[in-house]
Design a protein around this ligand. Structure first.
Ligand SMILES: Nc1ncnc2c1ncn2[C@@H]1O[C@H](COP(=O)(O)OP(=O)(O)O)[C@@H](O)[C@H]1O
Ligand SMILES: [Mg+2]
Length: 325
């Protein structure tokens, strides 16, 4: 490298959030273990892990509420420890549990937080109108927060972290406890926010919840990164066992027995419908012909054999095995 190039400015990065060896101990417990994470600007990023995996710890560090034991985290290039003020200005953090101030009216509540962010009185009304429109609750301005449904309260929580127009949103399990409809509404708002140019990190212990929503995901387990990349990549990286669905002309119970006797077969079970068997092979390289042979050699007639597309939830269960402290 020449002297000239070493004088140049650091390369412009697309990273909205970067962590390097991020580690957090609670006493003797290591909740985060040298986590390296990159979230690009404009990502709708899924942060996935079972309960206790370290999601909240990570998000609290990124939002400057908790300091790391070791390691570094940057938000839009700002160090969360050394430049906490800058980070707080560009980031909105919605914790997993937050007080909802049930006796306050929606506008009062948002006005309070807008004032905390030093948004001048003149500008606050417009700001509140804007964020309420974004979360689809313009009609509820005068409502008592305690009188709103859980889904609406959650959206008010989201409105609250939007008042200072942050570039990055950190949302800790925003859909947990919501009914399916409220969840879908929440997801639609997040997509809209992404379209508006925000970078969003959303955590969940339910992978399928984020499967269609997010463009990239990270999966963590016991404080360590298991996967980070495009949603589509999760399956190919972790889907070790290929599953098949098969049917025979008759004697399906016998077919099941035959399959279970074979060492190539990791698992076989009758589907709920009763006319198909779901089979998983042990060897990733093995293919459907093994299964066909077992059935035909057993004197049965094979009428259906097709690979099963595993959804992310299946993959997730395989990968994480649910081990937490
Ligand atoms: N304040 C704390 N004191 C002690 N242990 C904690 C504290 N907060 C979290 N932990 C532990 O750290 C681990 C990670 O927790 P957390 O970050 O909340 O995980 P997640 O949000 O993925 O469920 C868990 O084992 C949890 O019990
Ligand atoms: Mg949590």
């Amino acid at each position: 490298m020449s002297d000239e190039s070493s004088n140049q400015l650091p390369p412009v990065t697309d990273a909205a959030v970067e962590t390097f060896g991020l580690t957090r101990h609670y006493g003797s417990l290591t909740a985060l273990n040298s986590l390296d994470l990159t979230v690009n600007k404009g990502d709708l990023f899924g942060f996935i892990g079972s309960n206790g995996a370290g999601k909240t710890t990570t998000l609290r560090i990124l939002s400057t509420f908790l300091s790391p034991s070791t390691g570094t985290a940057l938000v839009m290039g700002h160090n969360v420890v050394k430049e906490a003020d800058q980070v707080r200005r560009i980031l909105g953090y919605m914790p997993d549990f937050f007080g909802v101030y049930k006796d306050m009216e929606v506008t009062e509540y948002l006005d309070f937080f807008a004032a905390c962010y030093r948004i001048g009185a003149a500008k606050r009304e417009q700001t509140i109108n804007d964020v309420l429109e974004l979360v689809g609750l313009s009609e509820k301005k005068g409502a008592l927060i305690g009188a709103l449904s859980r889904g609406m309260q959650q959206r008010i929580g989201l409105a609250r972290v939007l008042v200072h127009d942050p570039q990055i949103l950190l949302l800790d399990e925003p859909a947990s406890g919501l009914d399916p409809r409220a969840r879908i509404e929440m997801m639609a708002i997040l997509q809209e926010l992404q379209r508006l140019g925000k970078t969003i990190i959303i955590s969940s212990h339910i992978l399928s919840e984020l499967e269609t929503l997010c463009n990239r995901v990270a999966i963590i387990e016991k404080g360590g990164l298991i996967y980070s990349g495009p949603v589509q990549g999760v399956q190919s990286q972790f889907s070790k066992k290929q599953a098949y669905r098969m049917g025979v002309a008759e004697h399906i119970d016998r077919a099941l027995e035959l399959l279970l006797e074979h060492t190539e077969v990791a698992e076989a079970e009758l589907e709920e419908s009763g006319d198909r068997i779901r089979v998983e092979l042990v060897d990733t390289e093995a293919n459907a012909s093994v299964l066909a042979k077992i059935i035909v050699n057993g004197g049965l007639q094979l009428i259906a054999l097709e690979p099963v597309e595993m959804n992310l939830e299946d993959v997730f269960l395989q990968v994480t095995s649910g081990e937490t402290q």
